[in-house]
Design a protein around this ligand. Structure first.
Ligand code: NAD
Length: 418
């Protein structure tokens, strides 16, 4: 049976509340998303037929600021996943202390089957359908699985056309020419690298003696692979939806990345080097390595396969890749897990930088962007780490506690309307 992502989130939050003895009334409102919108999207296909797709936008919380969160185009998107992803965004933004709430959107569509024109029409129709919810002060979408800067450009353009003037700050993750930020594409992967460097320092380990396996070679996985490779790590396994590659002496990440960057290439088509071995995604998750980075989809490590995982450290590049039951087993086994709400927050932090630049009509250098990213992440990592020591719990609960305290503290100060 498929794990329910939203229930998984609730169990994480409830347990964090239990650890700090937080009264139920003080956080119960966070168990429910503020708004859920379901839309149907008729699309004229290139062959002139009409297909109808289902889309969603969920705002879990706008307590701290406008909703913030990506848009996913994937054939398995369901409302419960979108709700869970929106809630994780609330906790992520609170954890790293940026003035956003949490939201998420998606369309249930196999995007690989759409032409570029169909993708554009679907994006514009979806933007129009969720228009009542989004806006620079209300809810600001961004890329996620199956979406990219081009799709963000179309969202910005569609929103601006309905307003009659250009509104750059309505969406982040855009191309530079339409108001994107330098460094946004690499932000999540760079953030993962900064977090890993901090953690290794605490564990007295050196990045150049570290072996890493990465599941997913999309935006997050490939940018993490490149950053870690440049920092001196040995990346011994990578995968995507088509399967994986393994080389105990290290893969040539620059060559693999360059190959994947050309259009819609998959790893299964990569002309492997003589020592590279083909592996499955399950084998990738079971790779003997120091650090495993699941950076594809949710629910990859569950009670069914957790016993096969051999990594000493897991850094959640994806949102929700580990179920709560598997998480508890890993903690008992002494595996250090850096949770999604901290590990992959580099994306939303640089999205925040983009939004600030758009609002101020100003452009920062890449150096300024990365300095801001590193400063925010260093503080967030230290807070989560300290909290896990203080409450003698995992880093996941350390991070959830930091976020929960911030959210419930804000709620208390604002008061409950009416
Ligand atoms: N893009 C961002 O800025 C960002 C920020 C934070 C977190 N995330 C999270 O990171 C994860 C990946 O997002 P992305 O933006 O890199 O998406 P993407 O669409 O760019 O890449 C997804 C990758 O996962 C692979 N994949 C898909 N199904 C798979 C499967 N069953 N097994 C193995 N690999 C599979 C794809 O082939 C692709 O390489 C998601 O959980 C997303 O929510 C993304």
């Amino acid at each position: 049976m498929k794990e329910n992502q939203y229930e998984n989130f609730i169990r994480f939050m409830d347990h964090a509340a239990e650890i700090i003895g937080l009264p139920y009334d003080e956080y119960v409102s966070l168990r429910y998303p503020e708004r859920e919108l379901k839309v149907s999207l008729p699309l004229r296909m290139d062959d002139n037929s009409i297909q109808v797709f289902e889309g969603y936008r969920v705002q879990h919380s706008t307590l701290i600021g406008p909703g913030k969160g990506g848009i996913r185009f994937h054939k398995d998107v369901e409302l419960d996943d979108v709700k869970a992803l929106a809630a994780m965004m609330t906790f992520k933004c609170a954890m790293v202390n940026i003035p956003f709430g949490g939201a998420k959107g998606g369309i249930r569509v196999d995007v690989s089957k759409l032409s570029m024109n169909e993708k554009e029409r679907l994006t514009r129709r979806y933007t129009s359908a969720i228009l009542p919810l989004i806006g620079p002060d209300k809810d600001i979408p961004a890329p996620d699985v199956g979406t990219n800067p081009q799709i963000m450009n179309w969202i910005m353009d569609t929103y601006s056309m309905t307003k009659g003037y250009t509104v750059r700050s309505v969406v982040t993750g855009k191309d530079i020419e339409v108001g994107g930020s330098l460094g946004r594409n690499e932000a999540t992967g760079k953030g993962i690298m900064f977090i890993i460097l901090q953690l290794l320092k605490k564990m007295d380990m050196d990045i150049t003696n570290t072996t890493i396996a990465i599941q997913g070679m999309g935006n997050v996985g490939s940018s993490a692979a490149r950053s870690l490779y440049e920092a001196g790590a040995k990346i011994i396994a990578v995968s995507d939806v088509s399967g994986g590659l393994y080389n105990e002496n290290g893969l040539d990440i620059n060559d693999i990345s360059a190959f994947l960057d050309q259009g819609r290439n998959l790893l299964s088509d990569y002309p492997q080097k003589p020592d590279d071995k083909r592996i499955t995604n399950q084998e990738l998750l079971a790779t003997e390595c120091d650090i495993l980075i699941p950076a594809a989809l949710q629910n990859q490590i569950t009670s069914k396969n957790v016993d096969t995982v051999k990594a000493k450290i897991i850094v959640e590049g994806a949102n929700g890749p580990i179920s709560d039951r598997a998480d508890a087993i890993l903690y008992q086994r002494g595996v250090t897990v850096v949770p999604d709400i901290l590990a992959n927050s580099g994306g939303v932090i640089v999205s925040y930088c983009e939004w600030v630049q758009n609002i101020q009509a100003h452009m920062w250098s890449e150096k300024e962007v990365y300095a801001t990213l590193e400063r925010i992440l260093r503080k967030a990592f230290n807070q989560a780490y300290k909290s896990s020591k203080e409450y003698e719990c995992s880093m996941r609960y350390g991070a959830y506690i930091v976020a929960l305290k911030k959210l419930t503290g804000t709620l208390k100060k604002r008061g409950l309307y009416p």
